[in-house]
Design a protein around this ligand. Structure first.
Ligand code: 5GP
Length: 192
């Protein structure tokens, strides 16, 4: 998606440790019009799938997924929580994932009543690096008996291999911007 790549080239900042900072438009300050265009693109790409639910993970995924949902017919958005809370009652599906940016493990949890057998789930997230976050969401779908109809990612860092590993497992992964390499010394970003 050219618009997203141009925005990354303009406002993205490459940090040490292979981290791309996109807080000016994606995961701190949010460009809702850009989110809307991203949602339209995922709706076009997944138009052949009868999506019944969009699943994402807090916090950055929520805004992106909610705006995207406007392009799908009456599809609720469910976001996995990263911590237990008094509001998380009843049966739950849960697993543990490793955070690339925070370099630690944390739980991902959804209430069982929001993810069901028979659901055709579109998983949406902001970044795909090693694939741990998405694997956690896929595992929640597996526990629920829901089918993963597709995975929509805003930015895939192709060089980290997570996307290819998921595709090898048979998942359809559609990334709107694909980064092949980044250099934190020059600030250069090469798109795949
Ligand atoms: P993975 O689990 O695929 O290794 O990493 C995906 C998760 O880590 C995303 O949900 C995102 O929050 C975070 N992440 C991975 N790489 C980056 C990055 O370069 N920049 C930012 N801002 N977040 C990232």
């Amino acid at each position: 998606m050219r618009e997203l790549e141009e925005r990354i080239a303009r406002d993205g900042v490459v940090k040490a440790g292979n981290v791309l900072k996109v807080d000016a438009f994606l995961n701190h300050q949010c460009d809702v019009e850009l989110f809307d265009h991203m949602g339209a693109e995922w709706a076009r790409l997944f138009s052949g799938e009868a999506i019944t639910k969009i699943l994402t993970i807090e916090a950055s995924g929520i805004g992106i997924a909610c705006v995207a949902a406007r392009h799908f017919a009456s599809v609720p958005v469910v976001f996995a929580k990263k911590a237990q809370s008094i509001n998380l009652d009843g049966e739950q599906y849960a697993t543990t994932i490793y955070s690339y940016t925070k370099q630690k493990e944390y739980p991902v949890i959804v209430g069982a009543r929001f993810l069901n057998k028979g659901d055709h789930v579109l998983i949406i997230d902001d970044f795909l690096a090693n694939g741990c976050a998405l694997e956690g969401l896929i595992e929640l779908c597996r526990q629920a008996g829901a089918e993963v109809a597709g995975i929509g990612v805003a930015i895939e860092k192709v060089h980290q291999g997570g996307g290819d590993r998921l595709r090898e497992q048979g998942f359809r992964v559609e990334s709107l911007a694909r980064i092949a390499a980044m250099d934190d010394e020059t600030g250069e970003i090469a798109f795949a």
